[in-house]
Ligand binder design. Structure first.
Ligand SMILES: Cc1ncc(COP(=O)(O)O)c(C=O)c1O
Length: 380
């Protein structure tokens, strides 16, 4: 089956007992055994749940992986995956990953004996030079949040194979509709399903997709041992969202391209970050490895923080809010919102300036979005 069909039919659908077309929500913590020592396939919802299983199978098939697991949040998914490692292991991570990922690594996992190096993941030599005898993992995010930097996924998988490293990619921004990292040789895919997979800003969730039996067994073990799984109701919301993922992504991409093209020419805009623009340093790689560029557009405004605040106060169709990937357009200020957990020096080093604004371009009529940006950018 093709992507659009899988998004609607993957997993056990229709449900076996009554043929329900909408996946039933199994709101139960526990399951009656058929006999002593014999379950009907499920025993306790932390370990596995039938609603969750349909979502897990769906995400695994969309990514082209072995198995899927879903979590209470994207951070719960990441926290679970990082526990595949042990004290003394070294991880090389992109330097402009989501602020919460940076915080998990620097402020939580470092205290448990993991070692991190944060690098711009653009040059093979830079990464190979950072590999040490205890390096175990490459952690990648592409397009990155909020600078939309592009990582060459095939090159990363090649480096990892040569040095026997595990590769993890955060595929939240691209979604499997635009990028299928496993096809390039990546070992594990993580998602914040809160974003495009759900698509309606009404749930927080996460996912992990594995590629081998060994990784599948270990992630299942950790999910159960750590209790990081998603609730059945949240799973249902994400399942419902995924059914329209292909049509939503197409429109997000089209609207974002129009918004980026408009902003690029605007005199109040200092710098653009959108991988669909030819001027973006990752444009060629993005075009090669992705089917679309996505719905997030970042830009720097001229005139410092005062102009940022004026813009954010004036927007009407865009809401001033964190998160992204929903049908409604959002605007946010990474330095004080999504990436406030990153120390100022690190933000400066990677290029997340105080003048940077990140837009999640939604599915409204694009002319209304552009008019909103025009009036918010007008000189006062
Ligand atoms: C790229 C990326 N990864 C992970 C996360 C964390 O996901 P969650 O907020 O669902 O815990 C986010 C959240 O903004 C994100 O943007």
């Amino acid at each position: 089956m093709r992507f659009e069909t899988l998004a609607i039919h993957a997993g056990e659908r229709p449900e076996a007992r009554f043929g329900a077309i909408s996946v039933p929500i199994y709101l139960t913590s526990t399951f009656a055994f058929e006999d002593v020592g014999k379950t009907r396939g499920y025993d306790y919802s932390r370990t596995a749940n039938p609603t969750r299983k349909v979502l897990e199978d769906t995400i695994a098939q969309l990514e082209g992986g072995k198995a899927g697991f879903v979590f209470a949040t994207g951070m719960a998914a990441e926290a679970t995956v990082i526990h595949l490692l042990k004290a003394g292991d070294h991880i090389i991570s992109g330097d402009d990953v989501y602020g919460g990922t940076y915080r998990l690594f620097q402020n939580v996992m470092r205290d448990f004996g993991l070692e991190f190096t944060f690098l711009r993941m653009d040059k093979r030599e830079r990464i190979e030079d950072a590999i040490k005898p205890n390096t175990r993992m490459l952690w990648l995010e592409t397009p990155s949040n909020p600078l939309l930097n592009i990582v060459d996924v095939e090159m990363m998988a090649d480096i990892a194979k040569k040095h026997n490293l595990l590769t993890v990619i955060d595929n939240t921004f691209a979604t499997p509709y635009f990028l299928r990292p496993i096809e390039y040789g990546i070992d594990l895919v993580v998602h914040s399903t809160t974003k495009y997979l759900n698509g309606h800003c009404d749930v927080v969730g996460g996912a992990v997709v594995t590629t081998t039996d060994e990784l599948t067994e270990r992630v299942q073990f950790l999910l159960n041992a750590m209790g990081t799984c998603a609730s059945p109701f949240d799973c249902w919301l994400v399942l419902r969202g995924i059914e329209t993922l292909p049509v939503r992504m197409k429109q997000h991409d089209e609207n974002a391209m129009a918004v980026a093209s408009y902003l690029k020419e605007h005199p109040a805009v200092k710098r653009m970050f959108y991988p669909g623009l030819k001027s973006h340093p990752g444009y060629e790689i993005a075009r090669r490895q992705m089917k679309g560029f996505g719905g997030v557009v970042s830009f720097e405004i001229k005139g410092g923080i005062e102009k940022v605040n004026t813009f954010l106060k004036r927007i009407k169709v865009f809401s001033l809010a964190e998160s992204l990937g929903g049908v409604a357009s959002l605007a946010e200020h990474p330095a004080t919102m999504s990436h406030a957990s990153m120390p100022e020096e690190h933000r400066e080093k990677v290029g997340i300036t105080d003048e940077l604004i990140r837009l999640s371009v939604g599915l409204e009529n694009v002319d209304d979005l552009i008019e909103d940006l025009r009036q918010a950018l007008e000189p006062s």
